[in-house]
Design a protein around this ligand. Structure first.
Ligand SMILES: [Zn+2]
Length: 383
């Protein structure tokens, strides 16, 4: 049994000051106020938040998830040091044979449970059924029109671990495929799309419940053709935002984040996260990172980010003026809900998994607990 006492605990009912959170057998078993029991871990002056759930990551710490199974687990471990206790591994458009191989690695990690891999929830396929005109840094050689047979093979390869698929709803056959995605038990996400408002609404009516990095990789808002962005905001689906201050203006995050339950902070991180600026290869394309911003070499096209979830949350509070409860929900409870795992994790509530992040007064990570186990001895120097 571990008791974490004296911290400012961020719960779904608000911040509870000077609370004690008890952890037993990997679950939260008690939240109470009052004097700390002897032997409690002293969190005075610290924040205690639910562990972050990242729906969208391609790598980190020098590791690209498509490199090898070892790279995939090392990237997950890198992000766990930044507070991410559950991860969807994102596979960008690639040849179906490569996607099938990558899905197999993800499935092995899901089957391995928490342990050394952290919690990999499953895979996010970012493609291959995307609009070429809004492909961003996706490799055009690997984009496909929606194809139910190809998709069925991917579902089979994932053995239940496929949890999210990004698709452009305006492509021929996309609405049927959205039905297949939902049928397969995955979240259909609208993204890398040139859809009009009406086309996006059709995708939402067909079952899409998430927008992939809202504003990025989609037609910009116009008041006479407000496109996917407006369809997502008006319909009430959940919206991913890359809150690095580069992909969207901080005020955009403020707007989306002030709608309860709407915002999901993601990293969309590539292997360069956590490294110095330099040159990288992502999906066979040459990427240059300058001032922490990753772009296709020689262009203005952004290619993922170098973000970590703690930085995304920190910026949401400091740059976007979101209350910490709203920022925390966007990093944990909201992604848990869209995945349908909110009964198990994503909030500091008795009975949920003891996935916890300790932040200091400057919102820097000083401790990460996953399933009741510290990622590194607490307190210790974190990433
Ligand atoms: Zn991505």
């Amino acid at each position: 049994m571990t008791v974490l006492a004296g911290g400012k605990v961020v719960t779904p009912d608000g911040v509870v000051a000077n609370a004690s959170v008890t952890v037993e057998a990997g679950r939260i078993t008690d939240i109470s106020r009052g004097p700390a029991p002897s032997g409690a871990v002293d969190l005075a002056g610290k924040w205690l938040l639910p562990g972050f759930i990242d729906l969208h990551t391609h790598g980190g710490g020098g590791h690209d998830v498509t490199g090898s199974p070892e790279d995939m687990s090392a990237a997950v471990a890198f992000h766990r040091r930044h507070g991410t206790t559950r991860t969807l591994v994102s596979l960008a458009a690639a040849a179906p044979s490569s996607l099938i191989e990558g899905l197999g690695w993800v499935t092995d990690m899901v089957d391995a449970g928490s342990g050394q891999f952290g919690h990999v929830i499953g895979a996010h396929l970012e493609g291959p059924f995307l609009a070429d005109s809004r492909r961003g840094a996706q490799n055009p050689a690997h984009l496909l029109m929606p194809d139910r047979n190809t998709f069925a093979k991917l579902v089979e390869a994932a053995r239940g671990a496929l949890r999210s698929v990004t698709i452009a709803p305006e492509l021929p056959g996309a609405l049927e495929l959205i039905g297949d995605i939902v049928e397969a038990g995955a979240v259909a996400a609208i993204g890398h799309t040139d859809a009009t408002y009406d086309q996006a609404r059709a995708g939402i009516d067909a079952g899409a419940t998430l927008a992939t990095h809202l504003f990025n990789g989609m037609r910009p808002v116009h008041h006479r053709e407000p496109g996917v962005v407006w369809a997502a905001l008006v319909s009430g689906i959940t919206c991913e935002v890359i809150n690095d201050g580069v992909h969207v203006h901080p005020a955009v995050t403020t707007l989306v984040g002030n709608v309860p339950g709407r915002l999901v902070l993601i990293t969309d991180a590539i292997q360069a996260a956590g490294l110095s600026d330099g040159d990288f290869t992502v999906g066979g394309l040459h990427i240059q990172v300058v001032n922490g911003q990753a772009r296709l070499a020689g262009t203005d096209t952004l290619c993922g980010s170098t973000l970590t979830m703690d930085a995304a949350l920190r910026r949401a509070v400091t740059e976007c003026s979101l209350p910490i409860e709203m920022a925390s929900a966007a990093a944990s409870a909201n992604p848990a809900r869209v995945l349908g795992i909110d009964d198990d994790c994503g909030a500091i509530v008795v009975g949920r998994a003891a996935d916890l992040v300790v932040l200091d007064q400057d919102l820097m990570v000083v401790g990460v607990m996953a399933d009741g186990e510290w990622d590194a001895p607490y307190p210790g120097p974190m990433a």
